[in-house]
Design a protein around this ligand. Sequence first.
Ligand code: CP
Length: 327
Amino acid sequence: MSPHLLSVDSLSRDRVDHLMRVAARMEPIAQRRQVTRVLEGAVLGNLFFEASTRTRVSFHAAFCRLGGSVCDTTGFTFSSMAKGESLYDTSRVMSGYCDAIVMRHPDQGSVAEFAAATHVPVINGGDGPGEHPSQALLDFYTIDKEFNRLGKKLADAHVLLTGDLKYGRTVHSLIKLLSLYAPMRITLVAPPGLEMPSHLIDLVASRGHRVEERASLADDYADVDVVYTTRIQKERFTAEMSEGFSLSRDFTVDRAFMDKRCGRDTIVMHPLPRDSRPDANDLDVDLNGDPRLAIFRQTDNGIPVRMAIFATLLQVEALIEKDLRPV
Ligand code: CP
C-alpha cells in the first residue's frame, strides 16, 4: 500500500470500502459527540499554494479532531518557494517538521514530485488540473449516504457529470473512483473545448461502464440519479481560450432544469466553490433550500472522510477505538 494519497490510481475497491467504513466510524468524533486525542503530539503540514477554503480548512479540522496540531502555509508569497526553493528541498525540510503533509499546487504532477522526496505520508489536495483524490472519496461517501437514504443501489446508477470536465480535477478523480464499482451509466455534458480527457473515458469504458457524451443539458435526464456539476476553471485557460469565452445558460443546473429534465429524487452535487458572479452561470442559487441539493451535506462529509484518510495513513484506527470517550 502506498504511504501517500496522490491519485485514485493507488486505490483498490477494497481500500475505498475500508475508508468508507472508517469514515462512518469517524462521524461522532467529527460532530464532537465523542473525542479522541490519538494524534496528540503529531503535526500536519498543510501547504496550500493555490486558493482553497474547504480542502484546507477541513483537513486542518480533521487533524485537530484527532488530537493533532497543524502548521499552515498559504500561497507562494509566504513560502521560501518565493525565493526560488525547489519542491525537493521544501519536501526534505517539511518532512523533518511534520508527521503528514497535505499539499495543493497549481502544477499537475507537482505533489507527486514533492512526495518522492519525503518519508512522511503526503496527500494530494489538488494538483492543477490533475487530481483531487480526497474530494473523490468524500463525493463517493456522499453518494453512498444519499443512496442509502433514498433506498437506491449503486449498481446500474446513472451519474451525469457536467461543467468543466477538462480542467476540473475533482471529476477526473471521481470518474476513476466510480469505475471501480459495479457497472453504471455515466453521461458527460461539457461546453465545447472543455470535454473529459479521452484517456479517462477509455479507462472507464474498458471497465465495463456505459459512457455517453452529450452536447447539452436540453435532453431528458429523468433516470439520472446524481447530477454532479463543476465550476468553469477559467484560471487554467490559455489566453486564446479566455478571449471571448462565456458560458451559455444551456449548461447551468438550476431549478428549471431539475424540475423539467430530472427526477424528484435526483441529487445535485458540486465540489464547490460555485462561482456566484452573474455571468458565471454556475450551479444556480435558486436550488438553495431544495432537498435534492446535497452540496452542503457533501461539504460536511469532508471532515469524517479526511479523518479516515489520516487514521489509515498514520495507522491509528485501532488506537482510536481504545482512546474514544464521550464529550
Ligand atoms: N472542493 C474544493 O477543493 O474546494 P476548495 O477549493 O475550497 O478547497
